[in-house]
Write a protein of this length. Structure first.
Length: 217
């Protein structure tokens, strides 16, 4: 059975009998301290939409993300709250609780052609929407999602609707210096910021000398 057929089979088996188990919630340990609380809708991929679609765990969604400059104050407040939370719940192995981020989503690039505008900036073309998974099974393909490879080791992805791009995340798949190059171009073209939640830092701007203005809580 192909991967896409296994995905369809898994998504179609929601009514199957599942053995119920009781878990002591105090024993739960989280492998990362924070996740985005975006409400995503998933669809079953077709053979065409499956082709070339990036696949990653749902917890990776927007762990590195691009935000508009107008979100700076909200970002600083959330990062400061998150830093206190992360330190309070850090254990030897993992975290006892997880910080669920809920930022105000605004349009980053306007227009029904926003995804194409982003792709043209890097001289490439959009690819299919990401397929997200859990530890045990696939969730499906993000509805209204998109993905772009601006450089060989960087993936940009997100969600767009008739207004434009409303969520934009990034993932490094090798050389993290390429992410710096991508961010510099995004900031120059749109004035965007970049936040790395796990590193607890934000790149707010790029100076004329090429150095980044970094903010940490």
């Amino acid at each position: 059975m192909s991967w896409i057929n296994r995905l369809k089979s898994s998504l179609g088996s929601k009514n199957a009998d599942v053995e119920k188990k009781t878990i002591d919630v105090t024993s739960i340990r989280y492998s990362m301290p924070t996740v985005a609380s975006d409400v995503l809708t998933f669809v079953v991929p077709t053979q065409a939409s499956f082709e070339g679609a990036p696949q990653f765990h749902e917890d990776e969604w927007c762990q590195i993300e691009i935000l508009p400059a107008a979100s700076l104050k909200e970002l600083q407040t959330t990062l400061a709250e998150y830093k206190i939370f992360e330190e309070a719940h850090r254990l030897q192995y993992g975290w006892s609780q997880i910080f669920s981020r809920r930022l105000t989503r605004t349009v980053l690039i306007e227009g029904t052609d926003a995804v194409d505008k982003l792709a043209v900036l890097f001289g490439t073309a959009p690819t299919n929407s990401p397929i997200l998974t859990t530890t045990s099974r696939p969730l499906g393909q993000v509805e209204s999602g998109f993905a772009i490879k601006p450089l060989s080791d960087v993936l940009l992805y997100g969600v767009a609707d008739e207004r434009g791009i409303t969520a934009l995340g990034a993932m490094v798949q090798g050389d993290d210096r390429q992410l710096s190059q991508v961010f510099a171009k995004l900031h120059s073209s749109f004035g965007f910021m970049l936040v790395d939640w796990r590193q607890q830092l934000a790149l707010c701007s790029v100076g004329l000398d090429g150095n980044f203005a970094i903010w940490r809580p």
